[in-house]
Design a protein around this ligand. Structure first.
Ligand code: SF4
Length: 167
């Protein structure tokens, strides 16, 4: 049974992507951004191990009021090997997926052979990429923490072989 180390879960949130969404916070992150708001979640043993069927069951209870699911953290790509399997279950329900990552889209594509990265990126609709930069915080940035981050339309970007911003 596949498990994820989970730091937290919100049944429905309006501030972690477009529309009402369930949000999964996974544990563990190496980016160590200055001013990180989720410092406790940088620890890979923070929270608890939960099998993906259990998480999926909890997500399903929020259908039909949610529009999609957001993966945040922590660093979702550090647990991509199991996370993509949950992502596929979510997609089968017709929900869209947003994912926050400290990696850039380009870095992910350059390291696509890391365990589960290809599968995970292929399930994501919108990727909010890049580390949090405390010195580049702009208030009221929709869905992002600092100005270096981008909301990327992953499907269009992969199809056109260049970054296309989600609008
Ligand atoms: S990527 Fe996110 S969780 Fe990781 S250190 Fe940066 S702000 Fe914190």
């Amino acid at each position: 049974m596949e498990e994820l180390q989970v730091a937290g879960f919100l049944d429905n949130s309006l501030v972690n992507g477009q529309g009402l969404r369930s949000v999964l916070f996974v544990s563990g992150c190496h980016h160590n951004c200055k001013g990180c708001h989720n410092k406790a979640m940088q620890d890979f043993s923070y929270g608890e191990k939960v099998n993906i069927e259990e998480i999926f069951f909890r997500i399903k209870r929020n259908i039909p009021i949610i529009r999609g699911v957001t993966f945040s953290g922590g660093e979702p790509f550090e647990q991509a090997g199991a996370l993509w399997k949950l992502a596929e279950l979510v997609k089968e329900e017709g929900l869209n997926i947003w994912c926050y990552t400290g990696y850039t889209f380009e870095y992910i594509l350059n390291n696509i052979n890391n365990e589960g990265w290809k599968e995970l990126i292929n399930t994501i609709d919108v990727l909010v990429d890049g580390r949090f930069e405390e010195d580049n915080v702009i208030k009221d940035l929709k869905y992002m923490g600092s100005s270096n981050q981008r909301t990327i339309d992953v499907k269009e970007s992969l199809k056109n072989n260049k970054v296309i911003i989600y609008s």
